[in-house]
Design a protein around this ligand. Structure first.
Ligand code: SF4
Length: 370
């Protein structure tokens, strides 16, 4: 039997880290119209992506997951907060160093057709980063493009064609080959398979996993559902209305989701047999406007477990078990109700304090409760 492979020494260290990231978009109004509050797309999010892992950012449309991905890759300027790549604050880097970093952090877009220039040949599209960033000769560039096309499952002859001559899955492969041409260390997949047929999705997911192993990549995958990321992620960050509400290793999250929003997302994951489905709440209502997020817990307007405390006090995003963080005042009770086998750690002092506060609210006559 082969000896288990030692993990690289820096396996658990972050390659990329967002610290207190905030992105608020101003809303334009007419000259004599009152100012509108900004759209709080990402609100005070801290997140570390570890070397060699696949971290998924999951949430409904408008949850801020794509914006967070772009902030981490420095494709969007943050309203406040810092991005640290390999120990270096990207906000303090000189332009030439930042260009180098940008090559190492690549993105694959959701719509492969929109992201590829229809007038360029595939060889020009894939070879462009090589041409821009290296002194390779024309024949060296052609060889490299041919090798990249083979790597993503296309033939070198495909280089002479144009994007419209390919299927959606093939176009996504071209996008992946182009990202690889910069020798990246981390790739952000922004809903990389959601525009593809279900039958093709698995092929692209498998390709990304193979490339991750082959090139020692770190993957950050943005997805709106949990089904796609289940088999390709190491950890999952669940986002709601611009904030992370739960962060956990993928298996732990699927076995025992702590946050009611994660539970609701889980209810939408297809299962192979109806008997396997856990009775979990489905989401009611629409997500509130990110310009006017609810006070207290942002999820309270849709949460089946919401209580007075939730409407008034924002839950902390706290560590509740090894490798697990959740933002919910009542995650413990909710998780216990969902699974008798769950082992719940001893309550923290902060949790006990909030529970006392809640009990005091409950003791008040109903009309004086917030
Ligand atoms: Fe629901 Fe309250 Fe937990 Fe928010 S804090 S998720 S409203 S139970």
């Amino acid at each position: 039997m082969n000896a288990p492979q030692a993990k690289p020494a820096n396996a658990a260290k972050p390659i990329l880290e967002g610290i207190a990231l905030r992105k608020h978009f101003a809303v334009e109004t007419g000259l004599f119209q009152p100012k509108k509050p900004p759209v709080q797309a990402v609100n005070d999010v801290s997140l570390a992506v570890r070397h060699g892992e696949t971290l998924a950012l999951v949430g409904e449309s408008g949850s801020g997951k794509s914006t967070l991905g772009r902030l981490l890759l420095n494709l969007l300027p943050a309203t406040s907060g810092d991005v640290i790549y390999e120990g270096r604050n990207l906000g303090n880097l000189a332009p030439d160093k930042l260009r180098q970093v940008r090559r190492e952090l690549q993105i694959i877009f959701q719509d492969p057709f929109a992201s590829l220039n229809p007038r360029m040949s595939v060889e020009a599209i894939v070879g462009e980063p090589i041409w821009l960033h290296s002194s390779a000769s024309r024949s060296e560039r052609q060889d490299r493009v041919a090798q990249l096309l083979r790597t993503v499952g296309l033939a070198p002859e495909h280089g002479r064609r144009h994007p419209h001559e390919f299927s959606g899955g093939q176009r996504q492969r071209i996008g992946i080959a182009r990202a690889l041409a910069s020798d990246p260390r981390l790739i952000l997949g922004d809903e990389p398979v959601s525009a593809l047929d279900v039958s093709v999705q698995a092929q692209v997911v498998n390709l990304l996993e193979d490339l991750k192993q082959q090139y020692g990549l770190t993957l950050l995958i943005v997805a709106h559902g949990l089904a796609v990321i289940r088999h390709m992620s190491d950890r999952v960050a669940v986002m709601y209305l611009g904030e992370i509400v739960e962060l956990a290793p993928v298996n732990a999250l699927f076995e025992t989701p702590f946050h009611p929003y994660t539970q609701a997302l889980m209810a939408a994951v297809p299962v192979s047999h109806p008997d396997q489905r856990q009775p979990r709440p489905l989401l009611a209502g629409d997500m509130p406007s990110p310009s006017r997020p609810p006070a207290g817990c942002r999820f309270h307007t849709r949460c089946p477990h919401a209580k007075a405390l939730c409407r008034e006090h924002k839950p902390l995003f706290e560590s509740v078990a090894p490798e697990r963080q959740v933002a919910c005042h009542f995650w413990r009770e909710i998780a216990n109700a969902g699974s008798g086998a769950l082992i719940i750690p001893t309550p923290s002092a902060a949790y006990r304090q909030r529970l006392d506060l809640f009990k005091r609210h409950q003791a008040l006559p109903l009309e004086s409760q917030p």
